[in-house]
Write a protein that binds this ligand. Sequence first.
Ligand SMILES: CSCCC(=O)C(=O)COP(=O)(O)O
Ligand SMILES: [Zn+2]
Length: 208
Amino acid sequence: MSLTREQLAQQIVDAGRFLYGRGWSPATSSNYSTRLSASEALLTVSGKHKGQLGLDDVLATDLSGNSLEPGKKPSAETLLHTQLYSWRPEIGAVLHTHSVNATVLSRLTPEDFIEFEDYELQKAFSGISTHESRVRVPIFDNDQDIARLAAKVQPWLDAHPDCVGYLIRGHGLYTWGAQMNDALRQIEAFEFLFECELKTRSVMNRQG
Ligand SMILES: CSCCC(=O)C(=O)COP(=O)(O)O
Ligand SMILES: [Zn+2]
């Protein structure tokens, strides 16, 4: 059963309250979206406090990132959402967050990826059924030119059809799912793994 625009907007509002409450979307950071149709997405407008969103703080765009609602300012990162809907037709929701752990971990990691291995919680990601798997999360350098950043993300996505999310260094996390609940589950899984990774590195550093 497909949801109405109002129901999809409500999912975005609720996601904002939840993610802000967990401290993963402070202030006006972050952006969220759901798929409206095969060729349209519903995204947060730019610059709003994500814990205080209303049903009107969303707008429809096409999958090239063009606003379909003149008068509303689309998220600065619209293209990073719409490229995901174009990439995989089964994606129904995309979440971008700015947690402390995602920010710190991506800044501490000189490599262009982080790999998670042997964590039971990896099974929270779509398509993963055992801890005996490796989840590679690419890290892209931050860029204020979102079209240029999207052009760097696209080849990775094309080469890794099982990708479950990516980090932007010093900035935040992108992840997605078939529905909003799936994307929220993946955010929680990533945050758990980021915290484990940071704690592990801290203990190992203290041990020398
Ligand atoms: C204050 S955070 C800077 C912009 C950003 O990274 C973000 O996620 C929010 O941008 P938007 O245009 O979607 O409000
Ligand atoms: Zn951001």
